[in-house]
Ligand binder design. Sequence first.
Ligand code: C2O
Ligand code: CU
Ligand code: CU
Length: 496
Amino acid sequence: LLATSPLWASDAGDWSQTSFRPLPIPELISGEAQADGFHYYLRARHGETEFYPGQPTATMGLNGSYLGPTLQVRQHEQVHIHVQNDLSEATTLHWHGMDLPAEEDGGPYQIIQPGNAWTARYTVKNPAATCWYHSHMMHQTGRQVYHGLAGLLIVDDEHHRSLPLPRDYGVDDIPLILQDRLFDDQGQLSYPDRMDDHMVGMRGDVMVVNGVISPTFIATTGRVRLRLLNAANARAFTLAFSDGRHFDLIATDLSLIEKPLTLETLMLSPGERAEIVVDTLSTQPFTLVNLPVPSTYQAHFGLLSDLMRELDTQAFDVLTIIPPAAAVPAAPALPAQLNDIDWLPEQDASYHRLIAMQMGEGQGNGGKRGGGPGARRERGGWGGGKHRINGRMMDMNFIEASIVAGTTEIWEITNDSPMMHPFHIHKVHFQILDRNGEPPGEDERGYKDTVRVPPFGRVRVIARFSGESNPHIPFMFHCHILEHEDNGMMGQFVIV
Ligand code: C2O
Ligand code: CU
Ligand code: CU
């Protein structure tokens, strides 16, 4: 994975002569079949990665120097994922999006000390989806993910295999792990221990895709499926193609959507995934870009430093696509119907839970529960970097919710700050009911595990909390801006 890529100078003019950094495809691991299921082996380690030629950058990776392989798992099958920690520090590995018991979740409770190993064993319940794995070490998640402890976990199922969708991994089914990064003048990843701007989350000025700066993909088929993962610590991306071409959305975080949806732009906040299918036929290369729109602040720019404000609205070339050279056979049309989604009716919910995401000085723990705009003003602004949920910074000794297995709940998530927070719940797949009272976008009508909660806004989601789980081990819910998560914007629930 991610061998050193040469950085050629790009020359304008005849594009067929232009040199580029090729898009690396993370190795696909389908597991070793044994009598008790499929076994996967991951080894977390320190390494060096040349993002810039001749300039080794200290990084962390799984089975490689930066990021990790793509694990392919199949619905209904038993998996055993063996994680060896060869780092000099403790870590965890969380299966983001996977429906599993708390003891296998890889959150802050399943710590792997240096030199130790941990095995997650579970039966895959999820339907086909693009999930991922990443460090979830308490207070260290942001730094560890920033240095490379993340990878993709792709679930396949029978229904998915029956559809005429591109699914030749690395050929017409292309994973794209999207991250922005900031390098210092030594070529090292800049992740200061204490940073005032942690309040808004770590941003970068360079776009890194599958571990390479703004790479290029040479298409060999007339259309490709892109599995997009926003694995940035804090930046939301607004994606579009440089020539304005349309594309079809086929999947959200945790499922295929019902019908392909034609789009021109797509927003993806940290933790979210989307799968799109794009026609590659063109006389010119074209580029997937991040549009220079403010990604997370819709108002109140006053709280940002100049650097962060500039970084937030940065345009990036994400991936250049070179169309197939020779004539390629026409691809079959996308299926009109991709999936049947069982929409949970609101009346099924037996509990309505309020979750207030809060930033600012506050009173620390024990403050007024619930918060709200009034409470926020009393506390005197958004400075100070205290991130809370329901008035409380993350506390491993406090359980916000004890949910009886099988219960359906509506969670109403409010945001009393001037920036967007992507809210994530472990284990469950939820459906978005509404955002600020309006139905969710067409591009959000599938199973989700992460949802954008707009500045001073509110979102309602509905989910069934089911399955066997150790009632003494909590699951997390949190803001997926990793600096917010590390600094307190996280809470816990158990399924009993
Ligand atoms: Cu992507 Cu708590 O996780
Ligand atoms: Cu998760
Ligand atoms: Cu946040």
